[in-house]
Design a protein around this ligand. Structure first.
Ligand SMILES: C[S@@+](CC[C@H](N)C(=O)[O-])C[C@H]1O[C@@H](n2cnc3c(N)ncnc32)[C@H](O)[C@@H]1O
Length: 250
């Protein structure tokens, strides 16, 4: 059973297209601001590309898409195939675990821009032990040193007070990853201090109600990285807070 993809995900995505449309527009806007770097895109967690912009994909000469889900490749071709044929973009699909094999995958595509497409926030569902999941996310970040890469991922998710169908879409918010707190303030305020300002601002706009799930991606981007915060009304009464950013090679 795939906890972050598979038949249930595709069914939900297909049924939710209208509710997810404003989120897809935000994602397309964020993507459009990143001009294709080089010729090749390595797309990890591509699924059917339910939330992916065909127009952005068309900017690449070659796309290598990875997913563990056997349904992902045919559905991705169904959704984006024509656009990619129009732009003469070569599409190569690999059904496989790109996260556990990340070193090998990165080596095979040395010059590709890497995009983790809503997959890193799901790691905690694949590894229910929170420490193990955090450790895996940190290790992925370390392996990406020297690469151009980006990620859009769940930061938090949880219930909202007012059903999304009765509210206007929460507009995308931009911020910069805050500096790490010094030891004294960390001790005073707890270890989640740097996320509080963003949580207060965007969490309030999302109409968050009660406790939200932390997807353990808070440390993925280092301090100073520009990030976009995007509202994703997964269900009418349950929203995901997506975070998206790009990293230059360091
Ligand atoms: C939330 S979905 C991605 C949504 C997708 N980007 C879209 O626009 O439709 C997460 C995807 O990541 C895939 N996935 C999870 N772990 C993976 C891994 N280790 N390697 C490759 N794909 C993985 C899942 O199968 C699932 O299709």
């Amino acid at each position: 059973m795939n906890p972050s993809g598979g038949l249930l995900w595709h069914w939900q995505a297909w049924r939710s297209q209208k509710r997810w449309e404003p989120t897809c527009k935000d994602i397309a806007l964020w993507l459009s601001e990143k001009k294709p770097h080089g010729d090749e895109l390595l797309l990890v967690g591509a699924s059917a590309g339910w939330m992916m912009s065909s127009a952005w994909l068309q900017g690449f000469r070659k796309i290598v898409a990875y997913d563990i889900d056997p349904l992902a490749a045919p559905l991705f071709r169904w959704r984006h195939g024509q656009a990619l044929r129009d732009s003469q973009t070569q599409l190569i699909w690999v059904r496989g675990d790109a996260l556990n094999q990340l070193d090998v995958v990165l080596k095979a595509h040395r010059d590709a821009l890497v995009l983790f497409d809503n997959v890193l926030g799901q790691i905690r569902f694949h590894h229910p032990d929170v420490d193990e999941a955090s450790h895996r996310i940190a290790s992925i970040r370390r392996r990406l040193r020297g690469r151009h890469w980006g990620s859009i991922h769940d930061a938090y998710s949880g219930p909202v007070r007012t059903p999304v169908s009765r509210r206007a879409h929460t507009p995308m918010m931009r911020s910069v990853q805050p500096p790490l707190p010094d030891k004294a303030s960390q001790k005073r305020a707890g270890k989640d201090l740097p996320e509080r300002a963003a949580f207060a601002a965007f969490g309030g706009q999302l109409d968050a109600d009660g406790a939200w799930l932390d997807h353990l991606t808070g440390d993925l981007f280092p301090p100073g990285t520009p990030v976009c915060h995007i509202a994703w009304p997964h269900l009418d009464d349950y929203c995901h807070w997506l975070q998206a950013g790009w990293m230059e090679p360091v």
